[in-house]
Design a protein around this ligand. Structure first.
Ligand code: ADP
Ligand code: ZN
Length: 736
């Protein structure tokens, strides 16, 4: 009986094509296998999504090759990507692409070739070779000069020679060829002291029981663990995972990329035998990614830890999915497919029939709503471990500060005094400001001109270290002008401030304090982050100043003071989640204080001290915040009471972007159901980014999958000018 493989090729199409499976591959082609198929004039990679006995497709061709010995997508993952394609309105091939690392999709990678010198033989021949073939001798000498093995490509470069010469030396047996060792450990060379499970307090025990029971029963109704900062959530995750391992089963842990730090990873690596853990980090090389993926696939590693894309990790016999900091917006992917890692985790749990544990000190409105309506199970931890106090939060009104000092304040007098006090007591402080750079804009006092990016409609930020203006959206750079580019007035001045400026100021006030800055600029080097955190931990830094990089997950017992330099950043922007984000950020940052014996203190500087986000955070009142915020959301028909879908249209030509948006809007208007609310196309808040004019069409619906299908049909049915890009964002997080 002939067999046909129904495949989806890697091109962004939604078509499924049939190919004949040749007899010799009958047993090797499965659902989920990667294959090569002839498509038009060339071969293309494809994924088998079904095997069929018959096909009515005309002119059927034969499979051209196998890219993997075994299927790379098992049936549950295949169902997950199908769900993703439907829900997030993207082609199936795009969803598959996203679920599989590049190195797995293409069925392998080039292992690096390494050379080591066969010393006795090489030394013996060297003198003779120098006469006979001096170039070869030189190359051999370079290899001999190396302290250890050298990459093939490096030797070619270093000795200014060719592949052929090197190959000759290998063939002669003077150089030995090896391939990069099969399983690299990206954290190699680090030792972890094994930790034992802590004995849980009654609150923790109760929740662990809920979780392990869900594991045992295969109960996939998500458990939302709302536990205040420092209440011991991580310890519960660890013991729940241990339970899975005791059963010989697997677990998956999602953490926000930003907290995929050595500190978090260390807590997992030091609890379990390290062979059992696979860390899926964005810094992995193709080879490392390949190896970690296969260790999971084989069942050698049974716990996967990673950021959002780890939701697709091929953990065998998955029994539990943990999503830490479930409210984090970095779980949302901001490129197609624009999926949400937490939401996919919940769906994967359902498909797989495994337990799902979502944890946060500040659950998202969406998840908390689900818990309140009974879709999720709610579990709470309301006290810190050992009944440590939550830090005292004091709000400093910057308006009053201004009235007294008559100039804008970066560090209020009370915060300054508090820092000084900590320095004297040799305790540590964290100062938080969610803005990089030195000055947030360059403004002409005379004509009001603001230096804007050439490609984006936002002001440029001044960076002192490089003495340049930079765009935080596209990276555009410019020399800072000495006088106004518009009216030539020399009165151009900096306004607003970022972390660079805070460091300068704090250093001036406390000349002997040891200060470090931690933001995307100062941490661009790969190990800078580790390094700085290590120094902070061991007490070599007194004051750590940084952006949201320091807000999450860090646990430093000697930090007794946290200063939030300006709580208003991010609060007064036209995004319905601005209040929620500010509340979360303040709570998280405040949670860094007082994790040791000494109670912590937090100062929040703001010009709007009575905004609900600040007041509720100040009183550690999640419930209160939730009630007020969800009332607002319900009144305005925002999530979690409705789903949003945002259609983005962009082009370098404004008119074409606008025209396309209008056309899509018209077609949608004809097709959508009466229950869907369709808003007219408008220019996006940030009208231009990277030279592209942007238009938005917003829709609100209760049934996303249905609307996604309609939008797909409308978009597929239209043809757009080549320079116009159309993207669909289901449950969007970026509304600007
Ligand atoms: P969260 O994840 O809720 O912020 P953590 O799990 O980081 O809290 O716990 C905070 C601190 O308390 C950590 O140093 C952790 O080792 C410790 N801890 C957690 N549970 C216990 C326990 N049952 N007994 C003693 N210490 C604990
Ligand atoms: Zn720009």
């Amino acid at each position: 009986m002939p067999h046909y493989a129904r495949v989806v090729t890697d091109d962004p199409t939604n078509k499924e094509l049939d190919y004949l499976v040749p007899a010799q591959w009958e047993n090797k082609v499965h659902v989920g296998s990667r294959v090569k198929v002839p498509l038009r004039s060339r071969n293309s990679f494809a994924t088998v999504v079904e095997l069929v006995g018959e096909s009515t497709a005309p002119g059927i061709k034969t499979l051209a090759g196998l890219a993997s010995e075994e299927p790379v997508l098992d049936s549950t993952l295949l169902r997950l990507v199908r769900w993703m394609a439907d829900y997030y309105c993207c082609p199936l091939s795009t969803a598959i692409r996203c679920a599989l690392p590049q190195v797995i999709r293409s069925g392998g990678f080039k292992r690096e070739r390494w050379l080591s010198v066969n010393r006795p033989a090489a030394q013996e021949i060297l003198a003779q070779l120098a006469k006979r073939a001096p170039r070869q001798a030189e190359v051999l000498q370079v290899a001999l000069d190396q302290p250890g093995p050298i990459r093939w490509t490096d030797l070619v470069g270093l000795a200014a020679t060719t592949d052929r010469t090197v190959k000759h030396l290998v063939n002669q047996g003077w150089l030995a060829l090896s391939f990069e060792n099969a399983e690299r450990d990206p954290y190699r060379g680090e030792d972890y002291v094994r930790t034992e499970p802590l004995s849980l307090n009654p609150g923790q025990s109760k929740i662990l029981t809920i979780a392990t029971r869900a594991v045992d029963r295969g109960e996939s109704k998500p458990i939302l663990l709302h536990g205040i900062t420092g209440s011991g959530k991580t310890e519960i995750y660890l013991q729940a995972i241990q339970h899975c391992l005791d059963l010989g089963r697997g677990a998956l842990v999602l953490v926000p990329e930003i907290s995929l730090t050595p500190q978090t990873v260390e807590r997992f690596k030091s609890r379990f035998p390290r062979d059992l853990i696979a860390v899926l980090h964005s810094h992995l090389s193709a080879g490392e990614r390949h190896d970690e993926w296969h260790r999971l696939r084989r069942g050698a590693a049974r716990v996967a830890i990673g950021a959002r894309s780890a939701v697709f990790a091929p953990v065998q016999d998955l029994a539990l999915i943990v999503v830490d900091e479930e409210h984090e917006s970095s779980y949302k992917q901001e490129e197609t497919p624009r999926y949400h890692g937490r939401d996919l985790a919940v769906v994967r749990g359902q498909i797989q029939g495994c337990a799902v544990l979502l944890g946060s000190a500040t659950p998202s409105l969406e998840s908390y709503h689900n818990a309140r309506t009974g879709k999720y199970e709610l579990a709470r931890l309301t006290a810190r471990v050992d009944d440590r106090q939550l830090p005292l939060i004091r709000v400093i009104d910057l308006r009053q500060e201004f009235a007294k000092t008559r100039h804008p304040t970066i560090l209020s007098r009370r915060l300054t005094a508090a820092v000084e006090d900590r320095l004297q007591k040799q305790e540590q402080s964290i100062l938080f400001l969610n803005r990089r750079g030195f000055a947030s804009s360059l403004l002409c006092a005379k004509c009001g001109f603001v230096c804007e990016c050439a490609n984006c409609s936002i002001p440029l930020t001044f960076h002192l270290a490089e003495n340049r203006l930079k765009c935080h959206l596209c990276g555009y750079q410019a020399v800072a002008p000495k006088k106004c580019p518009n009216c030539a007035d020399p009165g151009i001045r900096y306004s607003g401030y970022g972390t660079e400026k805070v460091v300068e100021l704090v250093q001036k006030i406390f000349p002997t304090a040891r200060i470090s800055r931690m933001d995307a600029d100062s941490m661009s080097r790969k190990d800078a982050y580790r390094h700085t955190l290590g120094a902070f931990r061991s007490g070599k830094i007194d004051i750590l100043i940084g952006t949201q990089m320091i807000a999450k997950g860090l646990d430093f017992p000697k930090v007794t003071l946290v200063g939030i330099i300006n709580a208003d950043i991010g609060l007064h922007i036209p995004d319905f989640r601005a209040g929620e984000r500010t509340f979360q950020l303040l709570t998280q940052v405040a949670g860094r204080a007082g994790r040791g014996e000494t109670p912590g203190e937090v100062f929040v500087q703001t010009a709007t001290p009575f905004s609900p986000s600040i007041q509720f955070a100040r009183h550690h009142d999640f419930e209160g915040f939730w009630e007020q915020e969800s009332e607002f959301r319900e009144r305005c028909d925002y999530p979690p009471f409705n789903h949003l879908v945002l259609v983005h249209v962009k082009s370098e030509h404004q008119r074409r972007a606008e025209f396309t948006a209008e056309t899509i809007h018209r077609r949608l208007n004809e097709k959508i159901e009466a229950t869907v609310i369709l808003h007219p196309p408008v220019p996006a808040q940030i009208e231009r980014i990277k030279g592209f004019y942007r238009y938005h069409i917003l829709l609100r619906t209760r049934s996303t999958t249905k609307l996604s299908r309609t939008i797909r049909e409308v978009i597929d049915g239209l043809s757009f000018p080549e320079d116009v890009q159309v993207n669909v964002d289901v449950d969007p997080y970026q509304l600007l």
